[in-house]
Design a protein around this ligand. Structure first.
Ligand SMILES: [Zn+2]
Length: 303
C-alpha cells in the first residue's frame, strides 16, 4: 500500500512519488509499534535530471542506492508488523540521510565516481530537489511516527541500510552492522541476539559508526523524540537476489522479534522524563548517555 504526494516539476507524470509507505497486514502486539525507514531504497533518477550524466552501470552500483535494502525492509515489515517509509529516488539526487547543509547531500563524487549532474549545483537547484524529494520523505517519516504513537506507547524506529562488501580496497567481514549512538536499549539487545548465532558476524558500530556526525534521519527523527531506535547495515553481497533477501530477512526478523520483546523499548528514554500527558507529542533532546559502552567514531565513505 502506498501514499502519494503532490506532483512536483522534478517528478514527471507516471513517475513514482518521492516516498512510499508500506503497512503490514500483521498487527503488532500490545500497541508496540515499529516504524521502519529506508533512506536509500531506490536507484531511480527522475527523467527531468537525466541520469545525472552517469552510465547505467553506475546507477546499478552501490553509489546510487542500498542494494537489497528495500526488499529486506519490506519483508521485515510484513513479518514483524508495523509500517515503513521508503525513499523513492536515488541518494545521488539528494541524500535523505544527510543534512542539506552537508556537502555530501548532493554528492559531486562518490567512491571515486564523478557525478556530472551534481557539479556546480546552485542553491535554487538544491532547493528544488529538497522540496521535491527530501522534505516530502522526512515529513512522511514524521507522520508515520506520529501515527504509531499512542498515549500508552511510543514506537521503535529501525533504519535499514546495506553496505558494499569492499570499499577503498578494504574487505568488510561483517554480515550485519548495528549502528547506534546515545540510546543503547535496542542496539545492545539486538547485538546480543545476533551474537547468539555463531554463524552471524555482527558489527558493533561497524562498518560505520552511528556516532558519525553526518547521519541525519535517526538524529532528526528518533533522538529528539527519545524513542528507541537502531540502524541496521546489511552486507550487499548477501542480499543481492531474492533468495538472499528472504534468507537474511528471516534471520533478522527472528533476532529482531527477540530483541523487540520488552516493554522498555516502547517508552521514551526514562531519563527524558516525559509525563503521560506528553508522551504522544513530546520531542525533547535525549540526554547524552554515550560512554556507557565504548565504540570509536568510524570513518566516512559511502554509507
Ligand atoms: Zn544507506
Amino acid at each position: 500500500m502506498s501514499d502519494s504526494v503532490d506532483a512536483s516539476p522534478l517528478i514527471g507524470a507516471g513517475e513514482p512519488p518521492a516516498f512510499s509507505v508500506v503497512r503490514s497486514g500483521t498487527a503488532r502486539p500490545n500497541g508496540r509499534e515499529i516504524v521502519f525507514v529506508c533512506d536509500h531504497a531506490s536507484n531511480r533518477i527522475p527523467a527531468a535530471l537525466g541520469r545525472l550524466g552517469l552510465d547505467e552501470r553506475h546507477l546499478l552500483d552501490h553509489i546510487a542506492w542500498d542494494i537489497g535494502a528495500a526488499a529486506v525492509a519490506v519483508k521485515l515489515i510484513e513479518w514483524l508488523g508495523g509500517r515503513g517509509v521508503l525513499g523513492g529516488y536515488s541518494r545521488l539526487v539528494v541524500d535523505l540521510n544527510r543534512s542539506l547543509r552537508d556537502a555530501s547531500a548532493f554528492a559531486p563524487i562518490s567512491d571515486g565516481v564523478l557525478i556530472p549532474g551534481n557539479l556546480g549545483l546552485d542553491e535554487s537547484a538544491k532547493a528544488a530537489r529538497a522540496e521535491a524529494f527530501y522534505w516530502p520523505y522526512h515529513h512522511a517519516v514524521d507522520r508515520a511516527l506520529d501515527d504509531a504513537t499512542s498515549s500508552e506507547a511510543t514506537p521503535v524506529m529501525i533504519a535499514v541500510h546495506s553496505f558494499t562488501p569492499r570499499l577503498h580496497g578494504i574487505e568488510r567481514p561483517w554480515h550485519v552492522g548495528v549502528l547506534w549512538d546515545k540510546d543503547p536499549r535496542l542496539p545492545l539487545r539486538l547485538l546480543a541476539a545476533l551474537r547468539s548465532h555463531r554463524d552471524i558476524v555482527a558489527g558493533d558500530n561497524e562498518p560505520y559508526s552511528g556516532r558519525h556526525p553526518a547521519d541525519f534521519t535517526i538524529d532528526h527523527h528518533a533522538e529528539p523524540r527519545g524513542i528507541a531506535h537502531v540502524s541496521l547495515e546489511i552486507r550487499q553481497d548477501l542480499i543481492r537476489d531474492e533468495p538472499g533477501q528472504r534468507r537474511w530477512a528471516e534471520r533478522l526478523a527472528e533476532v529482531l522479534a527477540e530483541a523487540l520483546d520488552t516493554p522498555e523499548l516502547y517508552r521514551p528514554l526514562p531519563a527524558v522524563g516525559l509525563g503521560p500527558d506528553e508522551s504522544g507529542a513530546g520531542r525533547r533532546r535525549v540526554p547524552d548517555v554515550r560512554g556507557t559502552t565504548a565504540a570509536a567514531v568510524g570513518g566516512g565513505g559511502v554509507r
